[in-house]
Design a protein around this ligand. Structure first.
Ligand SMILES: N[C@@H](CCC(=O)N[C@@H](CS)C(=O)NCC(=O)O)C(=O)O
Length: 323
C-alpha cells in the first residue's frame, strides 16, 4: 500500500489493519473544508484562487473535471493533471504523458508532496482529486463528492448559474441514488476487482450487476435517472459507466455482462457522452493505461471470473450434424 505515515512516504506498506481506524478518523477530520459563495466558511469562492489536482483515469476525479467543464469554470479554477500510470514508487506523479501536466502551482514532482506541504505530519492515502487553495496554501478538500457539490453550487457568480444539478426539489431522491450508486457501482467495481478472496469477489459482483439491472429497468421510460433532468446522480454514475467496457469488464473482471449488453444503460451513457463538453473530459488512453498497467500485485489473478454469461443454444435447436 502506498501512503503517508506521519508525513513520511511509504511505497509498499503492509497495513495489517492497525492503521485503518486511524486513517478513517483522519479522513473525516482534515481537508474537509467548504468553499462558500459568501466566504462565511473562511474559503470564499473567487476566480483564480483555487486549483484542482486530478487524474483523467480516476472516476472520482472525473466527477470534478466534468462539473468544472459543465459549469464553465475552466477559467475560474485552474487544473493540473497527473500521469495515469500509478505504478511508480511515488504513486501519483506529474507530467511525462500526453495531456498530463507539471505542477505549475507548487512545483512538485509527486502528489504526496502536496499533502506534505499542507500537513507535514499527514497520515493516509494520497488520492485524487485534490482541491487546493492558492491563497492559504493548503488543501481545501479531497473528497470528490464534496468538491463536486461546491463547484456546482458555490461558484454561480462566475459560472453558468442556470445549470442546477442539485435542485432543492430533487435533493432527497438524488441523495438516495448517490448512496445506492456509490456503494454498489462506483465503489462496487473496485470491490470486485480488488477482492482478495473468491467469496468477496462473488458478493461484490452480484451486488454490482443487481444494481445495474435495477438501473436498466429504471431507465426504460426516461432519459435520465430522475426523469428528463440531468442531475448530480447521473454525473456520478456516468464516470463509472464510461469506463465499464473499456476497463472494468476486463481489468477488474466485472464481466457478467458488458454495459453495451444493457440497451437502456448503453444509450444513456452515450447520451451523456454526447452532451456538449463531456467527451472532452473522457480520456480513454489515460483510463486504459491506469487500469491495465498499474495494479499488478493488487489484483488476485487466481479468482475465477463470474462471466461472461454466454448462451451457446441455437434457435431453432440443431439436432443432427449436417455433413
Ligand atoms: N473517496 C475518494 C476516493 C478517491 C480515490 O480513491 N482515488 C483513487 C484513484 S481512482 C486514488 O487516488 N487512489 C490512490 C490510493 O489508493 O492510494 C474520493 O471520492 O475523492
Amino acid at each position: 500500500m502506498k501512503l503517508l505515515i506521519n508525513g513520511t512516504w511509504h511505497s509498499n506498506y503492509v497495513d495489517s489493519g492497525d492503521l485503518q481506524a486511524e486513517r478513517n478518523r483522519i479522513r473525516n477530520q482534515y481537508f474537509r473544508n467548504w468553499i462558500t459563495a459568501d466566504g462565511s466558511s473562511g474559503y470564499k469562492a473567487a476566480p483564480g484562487r483555487y486549483h484542482l489536482y486530478v487524474s483523467y483515469a480516476c472516476p472520482y476525479a472525473h466527477r470534478t473535471i466534468l462539473i468544472r467543464k459543465l459549469k464553465q469554470l475552466e477559467n475560474v479554477i485552474s487544473m493540473s493533471v497527473l500521469n495515469p500510470d500509478w505504478g511508480y514508487l511515488q504513486g501519483w506523479v506529474f507530467g511525462d504523458w500526453a495531456e498530463a501536466t507539471i505542477d505549475d502551482v507548487n512545483g512538485h514532482d509527486y502528489l504526496y508532496q502536496i499533502y506534505q506541504q499542507a500537513k507535514p505530519d499527514f497520515t493516509g492515502k494520497v488520492t485524487v482529486p485534490v482541491l487546493w487553495d492558492k491563497q492559504e496554501n493548503t488543501i481545501v478538500n479531497y473528497e470528490s463528492a464534496e468538491i463536486m457539490r461546491m463547484l456546482a453550487t458555490e461558484f454561480n457568480a462566475f459560472s453558468d448559474g442556470s445549470l442546477d444539478f442539485y435542485p432543492p426539489a430533487l435533493q432527497v431522491e438524488i441523495d438516495q441514488l448517490n448512496t445506492f450508486i456509490g456503494d454498489r457501482i462506483n465503489d462496487g467495481v473496485y470491490r470486485a476487482g480488488f477482492a482478495s478472496t473468491q467469496e468477496a469477489y462473488d458478493t461484490a459482483t452480484d451486488a454490482l450487476f443487481d444494481a445495474l439491472d435495477n438501473l436498466e429497468h429504471r431507465l426504460t421510460h426516461q432519459p435520465y435517472l430522475i426523469g428528463d433532468r440531468l442531475t448530480e446522480a447521473d454525473l456520478r454514475l456516468f464516470t463509472t459507466l464510461v469506463r465499464f467496457d473499456i476497463a472494468y469488464y476486463t481489468a477488474l473482471r466485472c464481466n457478467v455482462r458488458r454495459l453495451s449488453d444493457y440497451p437502456n444503460l448503453w444509450n444513456y451513457t452515450r447520451r451523456i457522452y454526447q452532451l456538449p463538453g463531456v467527451a472532452e473530459t473522457v480520456k480513454f488512453d489515460h483510463i486504459k493505461r491506469h487500469y491495465f498497467d498499474t495494479y499488478e500485485g493488487v489484483i488476485n489473478r487466481r479468482i475465477i471470473p463470474k462471466g461472461p454469461v454466454v448462451d451457446f443454444g441455437l434457435v431453432p435447436k440443431v439436432t443432427a450434424i449436417a455433413a
